[in-house]
Design a protein. Structure first.
Length: 170
């Protein structure tokens, strides 16, 4: 049976599965779920780097149309970008290519890379890194996204079939 996990993802996690699978719920969700504004990008820490998960971070990134990253080199390890929504143009080394929903791009350690959002509605991707440096940079250079209060929800009279009774979970 063929694996549903993209080859690049399998290679990145080769030999690390035991550490990932052994995480308990408390470890997995500690420091995760924080939503931050990183420039024009809305970043959600899905899995925070920790000793228990071999310092792997998974960050969901929602980016506006036309957004781009600077040409950068990751020194600590490979970077995986899995596209959930939209289309992006990448440069990895000397290669320029398009990637879309469901595709995973690998930017190897030490190779210059960047991207640009081509979709009119922006793009959403998961950025997977190891070492915690990228996550730490995101946390240090971001501002918290505003929390949602009950007052920010629409008036219940607009749609009588749905009644808002409180704010979302903190």
């Amino acid at each position: 049976m063929a694996s549903i996990i993209p080859k690049g993802v399998r290679q990145f996690f080769a030999g690390r599965a035991e550490g990932i699978l052994s995480m308990n719920a408390q470890t997995k969700f500690e420091n995760a779920g924080q939503i931050l504004w990183f420039g024009d990008n809305l970043m959600t820490i899905r899995t925070a780097a920790s000793v228990e998960n071999d310092q792997i971070s998974i960050i969901e990134c929602r980016m506006p149309a036309g957004g781009s990253s600077p040409l950068q080199v990751t020194l600590s390890g490979d970077e995986l970008i899995h596209i959930l929504e939209g289309m992006m143009r990448f440069q990895v080394g000397e290669t320029v290519f398009l990637a879309h929903v469901g595709q995973t791009v690998m930017a190897p350690k030490g190779i210059p890379h960047d991207f640009q959002i081509l979709s009119a509605d922006g793009a959403t991707c998961l950025i997977v890194t190891q070492g915690g440096e990228f996550e730490q940079m995101v946390r240090q250079m971001s501002r918290p996204a505003p929390s949602v209060s009950r007052e920010s929800f629409p008036d219940n009279r607009v749609n009588s079939s749905i009644e808002v009774v409180g704010a979302p979970l903190p």
